[in-house]
Ligand binder design. Structure first.
Ligand code: FAD
Length: 317
């Protein structure tokens, strides 16, 4: 079922969902199941699975370094199919511009359609580790709105190089990213909202936000988006702080603010076990407020470990 149908069916009740990262190449999918199992009692209508950018590795061949391109966490679509069938839950693969030609994207979408996957999250993708800025892949898209347009076209039977008259068209529900604290490359919040509107105009059906710790930023973002004519659901993304180092890492990577109250609470912790507890308590408060505001779904970034998400969900749902 589509994310938008889940939201409509819930009739104003806030839903629970979460995001998973594929295991590293060579590891077992069982690790993922072990993290999903404890969360299924909260009945997530859908689960997201991220896609990671490819990266360069250097292989020592008799003293000469051979530079090879590899993907350390492949398998997004396979994992989505596997979780979908094991748990009978909708799964959402993240589809990236970066690292994929338009043709490869088309084939990936065809696979998703065959597998009965009805939702996809369309993203530009991050810059590769070695790059400072995102560089479009040769033959790929430069911005997420172009990717959204490709998916929308495919939903109409318009493939990249042919139009196919068929009664078996895909009908993907398309999610896109939104940034309550502005995307780091956007020159202003208003321009970022205009770009978001372009994604919706291209066919995006809902928005999931980057993590934030100050709910006011989300409330303002929703107000601005509505004022700009964006009427699709805007789902808040929530990340419980789990280690002390997050205080530096998260602002560095995502260019976001952490409220001083939370900073002080984390700084006063003696170890990461205490930090994890602070993160859980903060996320519970944040979730309660977002629920009162009427957020359609609370979407948690699990980063591969679900014990903290379970405690938050148990307090909220
Ligand atoms: P875009 O919407 O293309 O925007 C990127 C920047 O370009 C913005 O600053 C925007 O204002 C600007 N812009 C947009 N269109 C134009 C245009 N036509 N001309 C000029 N400027 C323009 N990354 C991953 O690698 N894998 C994942 O699985 C993943 N999942 C994510 C899930 C969520 C919910 C979120 C919020 C982010 C996720 N990301 C993921 C990170 C995301 O890929 C990065 O934030 C990326 O830098 C931007 O992606 P986007 O889709 O928002 O890009």
């Amino acid at each position: 079922m589509k994310v938008t149908d889940h939201i409509e069916q819930a009739k104003g009740k806030t839903l629970f969902s979460f995001e998973l990262i594929p295991p590293q190449k060579g590891r077992s999918i069982k690790e993922l199941y072990d993290n999903i199992d404890p969360l299924m009692e909260f009945k997530p209508p859908f689960i997201d699975v991220t896609t990671s950018r490819e990266e360069y590795i250097y292989i020592d061949r008799d003293g000469l370094l051979d530079k090879k391109l590899t993907r350390m966490r492949p398998g997004t679509v396979g994992i989505c199919a596997s979780i979908k069938h094991k748990y009978e839950v909708d799964t959402i693969p993240h589809v990236l511009c970066g690292g994929f030609t338009k043709e490869e994207t088309e084939y990936l979408l065809v696979d998703c359609h065959y597998l009965g996957i009805q939702n996809v999250m369309a993203l530009r993708g991050d810059a590769m580790k070695e790059e400072k800025y995102f560089t479009p892949t040769k033959g790929g898209h430069a911005y997420a709105n172009e990717l959204v347009q490709q998916i929308t076209n495919m939903n109409k039977g318009q493939f990249l190089h042919e139009v196919i008259e068929t009664d078996n068209k895909s009908d993907f529900c398309i999610g896109v990213a939104g940034y309550p604290e502005k995307h780091m490359e956007a020159p202003s919040m208003d321009s970022d909202i205009r770009r978001l509107k372009e994604k919706v105009a291209a066919g995006a059906d809902y928005v999931v936000t980057q993590m934030f710790f100050d709910n006011k930023k989300y409330f303002d973002f929703v107000t601005r988006a509505k004022k700009a004519g964006i009427t699709v659901p805007i789902i808040p993304g929530i990340k419980p702080i789990a280690i002390k180092r997050h205080l530096q890492l998260l602002p560095q990577v995502f260019k976001l603010d952490i409220p001083d109250e939370l900073v002080k609470a984390v700084e006063s912790c003696k170890n990461n076990k205490e930090v994890r507890q602070v993160g859980i308590e903060f996320a519970i408060q944040q979730s309660k407020e977002l629920m009162e505001f009427g957020a359609p779904v609370l979407h948690y970034y699990s980063m591969g470990k679900s014990d903290n998400i379970k405690k938050i969900a148990a307090a909220i749902f």
